[in-house]
Design a protein around this ligand. Structure first.
Ligand SMILES: [Zn+2]
Length: 308
């Protein structure tokens, strides 16, 4: 794809990029670089010799102004919620979804056709994914914070905790968060028979259909423990993926599956719906801890479902 844009000094800039995401990045960069002069130069460009090849100037300018407004809102929200730095904006969702395979060491003997268990998404994007489990703490400030900051996350609910207040999770769902399956009672699944596991997983699918209107396609085994029966049972009631995690964030520290203690593109980060009863702080405190490391290491938070 070729883009031609005339800047405010009437020079012509040609950029050849591959794919829509590259083009968007170039549009964004050009639009931001144009700054306040954007409108003038855009209009001149439309009448200049390159006009036939130029992208619609007004569309570009309105895109630039949208970006500026969005960025100003991010900065203000970050200040409001006491973040040290403004979180980075995630790139657009990939047009071509990555191929997800079971993580090495997490395959079962007969993996063919079963939901893969994985801890990262294969991507070069500098993004990580936030996943939040169980459902004990139901803090309204957390919902407001995540909406204000526009930080996506994915929830994995266990019914014995979610059933105390389905309404809280309905609000979460209405704000764009996908709710997923984390069993009825949070058992150690490999200690159960196939039938018992099926009850825990497929029973939760039924609860979610009834309470939230959808049967999830994502399932996370409690403690990250599973066997082949787990994956067979999950598959039997519509589960496609079994994401676990590569790092876990608490209110006061991080824990790592790997030695290097740094984030990697596509890492899935685990945390829990917990409050002062479980750890020394609130959900917003945990989010501040999470976003500090993510932003300091140059990552954005993306939506897991966009990569599946
Ligand atoms: Zn759990």
């Amino acid at each position: 794809m070729r883009l031609v844009r005339q800047n405010d000094e009437n020079r012509t800039k040609r950029t050849v990029v591959g794919g829509v995401r590259g083009a968007l990045a170039v549009l964004a960069a050009a639009a931001l670089a144009a700054g306040c002069a954007g409108t003038d130069s855009g209009v001149k460009g439309a009448h200049g010799p390159q006009a036939l090849h130029a992208p619609p100037a007004r569309a570009l300018d309105s895109y630039a102004s949208k970006l500026r407004v969005a960025q100003a809102a991010r900065v203000a929200a970050a200040k409001r919620w006491g973040l040290a730095k403004t979180p980075l904006a995630a790139p657009p969702a990939p047009a071509k979804k990555p191929v997800i395979e079971a993580r090495k060491g997490f395959e079962v003997e007969d993996q063919d056709g079963l939901p893969p268990v994985f801890t990262t998404i294969p991507t070069k994007d500098k993004v990580v994914f936030l996943t939040i489990d169980d459902g004990a703490e139901k803090d309204p400030a957390f919902l407001k914070m995540m909406s204000d900051l526009k930080i996506p996350y994915t929830a994995f609910l266990s019914d014995y905790l979610a059933n105390e207040n389905y309404g809280y999770f309905k609000k979460m769902q209405a704000r764009g968060t996908t709710l997923n399956n984390h069993t009825l009672h949070h058992p150690y699944l490999p200690g159960l028979s196939y039938e018992q596991q099926k009850h825990e997983i497929c029973g939760m699918q039924d609860v979610m259909r009834k309470q939230f209107g959808k049967r999830p396609t994502l399932f996370r085994p409690p403690y990250g423990n599973f066997n082949e029966d787990t994956l067979r049972a999950a598959k039997s009631c519509g589960i496609k993926y079994a994401p676990i995690w590569n790092e876990e964030v608490f209110v006061d520290h991080w824990e790592y599956r790997e030695w290097d203690r740094s984030l990697h593109p596509g890492d899935i980060v685990l945390t829990h719906f917990r409050g002062r009863e479980d750890w020394k702080g609130t959900m917003p405190d945990m989010v501040r801890r999470f976003l500090k490391k993510v932003t300091d290491e140059g990552y954005a938070v993306a939506r897991l479902e966009d990569y599946l």
